[in-house]
Design a protein around this ligand. Structure first.
Ligand SMILES: Cc1ncc(COP(=O)(O)O)c(C=O)c1O
Length: 385
């Protein structure tokens, strides 16, 4: 079949290839510790399940409002306003099928052919593809050694075609949270150059020490230029519900809603009721998750510093491990070879940094039980020592 150049231009998701390899090895009897997966190993809380079942029993099985159930939009905005001391209305919220689709919506709504999007490296794999699908051009910029924003590099990348700066905080894969100072510097750039900020905050509640800064809450000026993207997937352990949302100026929400109406209509209403259940039980859900992830982060940092250099993450659930010394010693030639070596010889699955734009790194997700993390470390140590 002759495909469109749009679809032919897509780079297939590398993580899916790894998942297939793991399945193949497991089917052949090999035990693999999966530290590649970007989702918590927690079940969705019973309150979520209960509210979803009730919604199904109450006939919430039909089309619903394109921007999302009003009750959910109200719960979302009261969560955000309470947490960040802001004053948004539920009309500033649009609910979509995972933040992945909400990001896609945002680029489709913002970009004309050839418009440029500045993306700091490393980035989450889907972003450049989403930009390309909207006809945009990816302009990658380096970050500092500690993965914080290099404001001068961003300024240097701006052209008359620049429309959006994309950031992700807490960051996948580095785990870094951007400081208020960094966000204020960005604000100045946005205003001076009349551009927008797409702030991907899919991991917003998974923060272990730094104060997390949501740009939309920093100033009214910034809120006018920011599309804040959040998700129920990671923070509420609801990856399968496919629920994400944007908070943005009302006019933008209305325009994106017209787009979403033609793209997919709405998110399944019973999923949305599950999310209402999540927000009602937020304290019961978030604090055990954050406590567990902090312990696993501390354990992973303590163990893996013996084998790799990395910046200690303050959020999300990843370590981004530098493999320069193994490349220099000739042990491996790049991140793909390192991941293959570790899957085959250590029985541990990680993700090549190449997928995030840095071929001298590999990503470890501490989304598995502490015992698994310890076992993975011992196996990797045997292979690399
Ligand atoms: C940075 C980032 N943003 C967004 C997403 C999308 O998550 P979802 O579509 O499940 O909300 C992910 C998933 O891995 C991610 O890592």
């Amino acid at each position: 079949m002759k495909l469109s150049s749009r679809v032919e231009g897509i780079t297939p998701s590398g993580s899916i290839k790894i998942a297939e390899k793991i399945t193949h090895l497991r089917n052949n009897g090999k035990s693999i510790i999966g530290l590649n997966v970007g989702e918590p190993d927690f079940s969705s809380h019973e309150n979520i399940i209960q509210e979803t079942k009730e919604a199904l029993n109450n006939g919430k099985t039909r089309y619903s409002l394109v921007s999302g159930e009003t009750d959910l939009r109200k719960e979302i905005i009261s969560y955000y306003n309470d947490k960040f001391s802001t004053n948004f209305s539920y009309e500033n919220v649009l609910v979509g099928n995972g933040s992945k689709q909400v990001i896609y919506n945002a680029f489709q709504a913002l970009l004309n052919e050839g418009d440029e999007v500045i993306i700091p490296i490393p980035y989450w794999v889907t972003i450049p593809e989403s930009v390309k699908l909207a006809g945009g051009k990816n302009v990658f910029v380096a970050v500092k050694d500690n993965f914080h924003l290099d404001i001068d590099a961003i300024k240097a990348a701006i052209t008359t075609k620049t429309k959006v700066i994309y950031i992700n905080t807490p960051n996948n894969p580095s785990g870094i949270c951007y400081s208020k100072e960094e966000i204020l510097e960005l604000e100045k750039i946005l205003i001076d150059n009349d551009i927008y900020l797409l702030s991907d905050e899919a991991y917003e509640a998974l923060v272990y020490e730094d104060e997390f800064v949501s740009p939309s809450a920093v100033s009214q000026e910034l809120a006018k230029r920011t599309i804040c993207i959040q998700s129920f997937s990671k923070t509420f352990c609801m990856t399968g519900f496919r629920l994400g949302y944007m908070i943005a100026p009302k006019e933008f929400i209305n325009n994106v809603s017209s787009f979403q109406g033609h793209l997919c209509g709405n998110v399944s209403p019973f999923s949305q009721y599950g999310a209402i259940g999540a927000l009602k039980a937020k304290d019961l859900i978030l604090s055990p998750l954050v406590q567990t992830m902090r312990k696993r982060r501390d354990l992973s940092v303590e163990l893996f510093k013996e084998l790799f250099d990395f910046t200690k993450p303050s959020g999300a659930f990843y370590l981004f491990l530098n493999i320069d010394k193994y490349i220099e010693s000739g042990k491996v030639k790049d991140s793909t070879e390192m991941v293959e070596l570790l899957i085959e010889e250590a029985g541990v699955a990680l993700v090549p940094g190449k997928f995030f734009g840095m071929d001298n790194y590999i990503r470890l997700a501490y989304t598995a039980h502490s015992d698994e993390i310890k076992r993975a470390f011992n196996n990797i140590k045997k292979v690399l020592s």
